[in-house]
Design a protein around this ligand. Structure first.
Ligand code: FES
Length: 161
Protein backbone atom coordinates (compact mmCIF):
# COMPACT_ATOMS: atom_id res chain seq x y z
CA UNK A 1 0.00 0.00 0.00
CA UNK A 2 1.30 3.41 -0.96
CA UNK A 3 1.34 6.10 1.69
CA UNK A 4 0.95 9.57 0.30
CA UNK A 5 3.39 12.36 1.13
CA UNK A 6 0.89 14.32 3.22
CA UNK A 7 0.36 11.38 5.60
CA UNK A 8 4.13 10.91 6.00
CA UNK A 9 4.63 14.62 6.68
CA UNK A 10 1.88 14.45 9.28
CA UNK A 11 3.48 11.46 11.03
CA UNK A 12 6.93 13.11 10.96
CA UNK A 13 5.42 16.28 12.38
CA UNK A 14 3.69 14.40 15.19
CA UNK A 15 6.79 12.33 16.02
CA UNK A 16 8.87 15.51 15.94
CA UNK A 17 6.53 17.17 18.43
CA UNK A 18 6.68 14.13 20.69
CA UNK A 19 10.49 14.11 20.54
CA UNK A 20 10.63 17.87 21.22
CA UNK A 21 8.32 17.43 24.18
CA UNK A 22 10.43 14.52 25.40
CA UNK A 23 13.67 16.52 25.06
CA UNK A 24 12.04 19.47 26.79
CA UNK A 25 11.07 17.24 29.72
CA UNK A 26 14.62 15.89 29.93
CA UNK A 27 15.96 19.45 29.99
CA UNK A 28 13.54 20.30 32.78
CA UNK A 29 14.68 17.21 34.67
CA UNK A 30 18.30 18.29 34.92
CA UNK A 31 17.46 21.78 36.18
CA UNK A 32 14.95 20.32 38.61
CA UNK A 33 17.49 17.80 39.93
CA UNK A 34 19.87 20.68 40.60
CA UNK A 35 17.23 22.58 42.57
CA UNK A 36 16.15 19.49 44.53
CA UNK A 37 19.76 18.72 45.40
CA UNK A 38 20.34 22.32 46.50
CA UNK A 39 17.39 21.98 48.89
CA UNK A 40 18.00 18.44 50.19
CA UNK A 41 21.67 17.76 49.48
CA UNK A 42 20.62 14.73 47.42
CA UNK A 43 17.70 13.44 45.33
CA UNK A 44 15.20 11.79 47.70
CA UNK A 45 13.25 8.86 46.23
CA UNK A 46 9.81 10.28 47.05
CA UNK A 47 10.66 13.59 45.37
CA UNK A 48 11.83 11.76 42.24
CA UNK A 49 8.56 9.79 42.28
CA UNK A 50 6.55 13.02 42.40
CA UNK A 51 8.66 14.51 39.62
CA UNK A 52 8.16 11.48 37.37
CA UNK A 53 4.38 11.66 37.89
CA UNK A 54 4.27 15.40 37.28
CA UNK A 55 6.17 15.08 33.99
CA UNK A 56 4.43 11.83 32.99
CA UNK A 57 7.78 10.11 32.61
CA UNK A 58 8.61 6.56 33.73
CA UNK A 59 10.45 6.62 37.08
CA UNK A 60 13.18 4.44 35.51
CA UNK A 61 13.86 7.17 32.97
CA UNK A 62 14.09 9.82 35.66
CA UNK A 63 16.65 7.67 37.51
CA UNK A 64 18.46 6.92 34.28
CA UNK A 65 18.94 10.63 33.50
CA UNK A 66 19.98 11.46 37.07
CA UNK A 67 22.43 8.58 37.35
CA UNK A 68 24.13 9.63 34.11
CA UNK A 69 25.50 12.71 35.89
CA UNK A 70 28.00 12.16 38.66
CA UNK A 71 26.92 15.38 40.37
CA UNK A 72 23.61 13.87 41.50
CA UNK A 73 23.36 11.74 44.62
CA UNK A 74 20.64 9.35 45.76
CA UNK A 75 21.38 9.24 49.45
CA UNK A 76 22.05 11.93 52.08
CA UNK A 77 25.52 13.48 52.02
CA UNK A 78 27.72 14.34 54.95
CA UNK A 79 28.19 17.92 56.12
CA UNK A 80 31.82 17.42 55.18
CA UNK A 81 32.57 15.68 51.90
CA UNK A 82 36.13 14.39 52.03
CA UNK A 83 37.67 13.31 48.76
CA UNK A 84 41.00 11.56 49.00
CA UNK A 85 43.02 11.89 45.81
CA UNK A 86 44.22 8.54 44.54
CA UNK A 87 46.04 9.88 41.49
CA UNK A 88 49.55 8.65 40.80
CA UNK A 89 51.48 11.28 42.77
CA UNK A 90 49.19 10.94 45.78
CA UNK A 91 49.21 7.16 45.53
CA UNK A 92 53.01 7.14 45.62
CA UNK A 93 53.07 9.56 48.57
CA UNK A 94 50.64 7.78 50.85
CA UNK A 95 47.04 8.29 49.70
CA UNK A 96 46.18 4.74 50.74
CA UNK A 97 47.28 5.38 54.32
CA UNK A 98 45.22 8.58 54.42
CA UNK A 99 42.18 6.76 53.09
CA UNK A 100 42.63 3.81 55.44
CA UNK A 101 43.03 6.12 58.45
CA UNK A 102 39.79 7.95 57.60
CA UNK A 103 37.94 4.70 56.96
CA UNK A 104 39.11 3.26 60.27
CA UNK A 105 38.38 6.44 62.22
CA UNK A 106 34.84 6.89 60.93
CA UNK A 107 33.94 3.26 60.22
CA UNK A 108 32.92 3.86 56.63
CA UNK A 109 34.24 2.87 53.22
CA UNK A 110 34.83 4.81 50.02
CA UNK A 111 31.50 6.23 48.82
CA UNK A 112 29.77 5.97 52.20
CA UNK A 113 28.43 8.53 54.66
CA UNK A 114 28.58 8.31 58.44
CA UNK A 115 25.19 7.63 60.09
CA UNK A 116 25.31 11.03 61.83
CA UNK A 117 25.92 12.69 58.43
CA UNK A 118 29.18 14.22 59.66
CA UNK A 119 31.16 13.03 56.67
CA UNK A 120 30.95 11.47 53.24
CA UNK A 121 34.18 9.78 52.16
CA UNK A 122 35.10 9.46 48.51
CA UNK A 123 38.15 8.88 46.36
CA UNK A 124 38.91 11.00 43.35
CA UNK A 125 41.44 11.10 40.52
CA UNK A 126 44.11 13.81 40.37
CA UNK A 127 42.81 17.13 41.67
CA UNK A 128 45.66 19.06 40.07
CA UNK A 129 47.81 19.74 43.15
CA UNK A 130 50.32 16.93 42.68
CA UNK A 131 53.13 18.99 44.22
CA UNK A 132 51.21 18.87 47.51
CA UNK A 133 50.68 15.09 47.49
CA UNK A 134 49.11 13.40 49.29
CA UNK A 135 46.05 15.59 48.86
CA UNK A 136 42.42 15.49 49.94
CA UNK A 137 39.63 17.99 49.57
CA UNK A 138 37.24 18.81 52.38
CA UNK A 139 34.20 20.35 50.78
CA UNK A 140 35.79 23.12 48.68
CA UNK A 141 39.11 23.29 50.57
CA UNK A 142 42.28 21.54 49.45
CA UNK A 143 44.43 19.94 52.15
CA UNK A 144 47.92 19.01 50.95
CA UNK A 145 51.03 17.38 52.37
CA UNK A 146 48.84 15.26 54.61
CA UNK A 147 50.92 13.77 57.36
CA UNK A 148 49.90 12.57 60.83
CA UNK A 149 49.36 16.09 62.19
CA UNK A 150 47.18 17.33 59.30
CA UNK A 151 45.25 14.08 59.28
CA UNK A 152 44.59 14.43 63.01
CA UNK A 153 43.47 18.06 62.55
CA UNK A 154 41.19 17.04 59.67
CA UNK A 155 39.57 14.27 61.73
CA UNK A 156 39.14 16.61 64.68
CA UNK A 157 37.47 19.32 62.58
CA UNK A 158 35.09 16.79 61.00
CA UNK A 159 34.09 15.45 64.41
CA UNK A 160 33.59 18.93 65.87
CA UNK A 161 31.03 20.07 63.28
S1 FES B 1 47.73 12.93 41.94
FE1 FES B 1 46.81 13.80 43.67
S2 FES B 1 46.73 15.89 43.17
FE2 FES B 1 47.58 14.99 41.40
Amino acid sequence: MKVDAIQVDDVIGRVGRILCEHDRKKGILIHTFQKIQEDHGYLPEDVLNQLAKKLSLPLAEVYSVASFYKQFHFSPRGRKVVRVCTGTACHVRGAKQVLTALQDEFGIKDGETTPDLAMTLETVGCVGCCGLAPVATVNEDVVGDIGKKKLGDMIKSIKEE
